[in-house]
Design a protein around this ligand. Structure first.
Ligand code: NAD
Length: 424
């Protein structure tokens, strides 16, 4: 009995199983041909690396990392790198598969990939972090490169980390290869607008979703889980559009405010203290309370599996924008749909990051850089188009928005796969 319960819990929370389950629903609806379905259901390449890093005290520590390429049918693989103690191969495979669908839904000519290292970077000195990054980059250099697979930032990885990866690849080649990674600092071929792109894209789809739902942003309250790159910028730009941000959280704690939060001040407070916790005039709540708080819009922007079968029935928001990847499990999706909650899926909601990463790669390859206004305009155009296409597909098929978006994305990857044929 105990073993059954354990197996069930593992299955429910396993990101790769969840990713395959989401794909299966789209494949069923599309009536995907069996061979194509079997191919797209698996990750094409999985690299596991175990590598040593010299620590400041002179000792040598071993670390485990991954790079997974889910699919390359539509172009080079693309996907971020995560440094987190909870990283697993299953998680990285799921994130790689979601990247494939995200690029396809956005109409960007990339396949999907993801990488990760099992590490808590907050426990490393800057020197240790640099050596870990460089050695991990060297280990996965057998897979990455401008025409092959292009990493980018994800949880706990920054433009500085991307610059070290770019330098490591360049030193081994003997010349600079800026296009081998995106999300770099501007000084080494980064793009204007990249740092803000994911949050900006979330803000764009927030307005589109509200327009379709007849919801007025100025009368909508919002809770944001995870006040990092994606969450803090989404909060700032949504506040600028009139949404009232009432709750935010990070690993240091969650806060609730009876009045709209001054998001710029919260960002300053977090810069100074390391967390949103303790922001003046707010009440401390738990992260679990934030998720079910009385708001109209919920923006999970931290990690996977935050809204599950266990709490989906208590979510009060009518609109969920998945700034994070995989925050809502398939079980939760079913409950939310039956309760009339609209979920804008990750592959649509957080595609702003990979979209401007694509612009960065194009600019690096051409050594010709665009102005921020141009980048934001193109970003808004792509976000709007992919949102509207997914919305139309969902309406047409009478299915939830995630499934609508998946049918568009999976169909595009399947078409590319069929056009190329099975090698040899
Ligand atoms: P980040 O490291 O900048 O921020 C993550 C934030 O989440 C931090 O503030 C952290 O304290 C918080 N957090 C982590 N666990 C938490 C928990 N249990 N409860 C509350 N807060 C928690 O990372 P990011 O780049 O903003 O990524 C966040 C999510 O967005 C991830 O799912 C990532 O895959 C996704 N995403 C990021 C990008 C990007 O361009 N950075 C693009 C697409 C999707």
């Amino acid at each position: 009995m105990a073993q059954t319960a354990l197996l069930t819990a593992e299955t429910v929370d396993d990101p790769w199983r969840n990713a395959q389950r989401q794909f299966d629903a789209a494949a069923d609806l599309l009536g995907l041909e069996a061979g194509t379905r079997a191919f797209l259901r698996e990750a094409q390449r999985q690299l596991i690396v175990n590598f040593p890093v010299k620590m400041d005290d002179g000792s040598v520590r071993m670390f485990e990392g991954y790079r997974v390429q889910h699919n390359l049918a539509r172009g080079p693989a693309k996907g971020g790198i995560r440094f987190h103690p909870g990283v697993t191969l299953s998680e990285v495979k799921a994130l790689a598969m979601w990247m494939t669908w995200k690029c396809a839904a956005a109409g960007i000519p990339f396949g999907g990939a993801k990488g990760g290292v099992v590490v808590d970077p907050k426990r490393l000195s800057l020197g240790e972090l640099e050596r870990l990054t460089r050695r991990y980059a060297a280990e996965i250099s057998v897979l990455i490169g401008p025409e092959r697979d292009i990493p980018a930032p994800d949880v706990n990885t920054t433009p500085q980390v991307m610059a070290w990866i770019m330098d490591t690849m360049s030193m081994s080649a003997g010349y600079s290869i800026p296009a081998c990674v995106t999300g770099k600092p501007l000084s080494v071929g980064g793009s204007e607008g990249r740092n803000e792109a994911t949050g900006r894209g979330v803000a764009v789809v927030a307005l589109r979703a509200c327009a379709h739902m007849g919801r007025e942003p100025r009368q909508s309250t919002v809770a944001v889980e995870g006040f990092g790159n994606a969450g803090s910028i989404a909060a700032r730009l949504m506040a600028a559009d009139g949404f009232a941000i009432r709750a935010v959280s990070d690993t240091g704690g969650a806060i609730w405010s009876d009045k709209p939060l001054p998001v710029l001040d919260v960002i300053e407070h977090k810069k100074r203290t390391g967390s949103v916790a303790g922001f003046p005039g707010t009440r401390a709540i738990s992260d679990a309370e934030l998720l079910v708080s009385p708001v109209d819009v919920l923006v999970p922007a931290a990690l996977e599996n935050q809204i599950t079968g266990a709490n989906a029935g208590r979510i009060q928001a009518k609109l969920i924008l998945e700034a994070a990847n995989g925050p809502v499990t398939p079980d939760a999706d079913e409950i939310l749909h039956s309760r009339g909650v609209t979920v804008v899926p990750d592959i649509i909601a957080n595609a702003g990051g990979v979209t401007v990463s694509y612009f960065e790669w194009v600019q690096d390859l051409q050594s010709f850089f665009w102005e921020e206004g141009e980048i934001n305009k193109r970003l808004e155009h792509i976000m709007t188009a992919s949102f509207e296409t997914a919305w139309e597909a969902a309406e047409h098929l009478h299915v939830p928005l995630r499934l609508g978006a998946y049918t568009v994305a999976v169909q595009r990857v399947a078409e590319a796969t069929t056009a190329r044929g099975i090698y040899p």
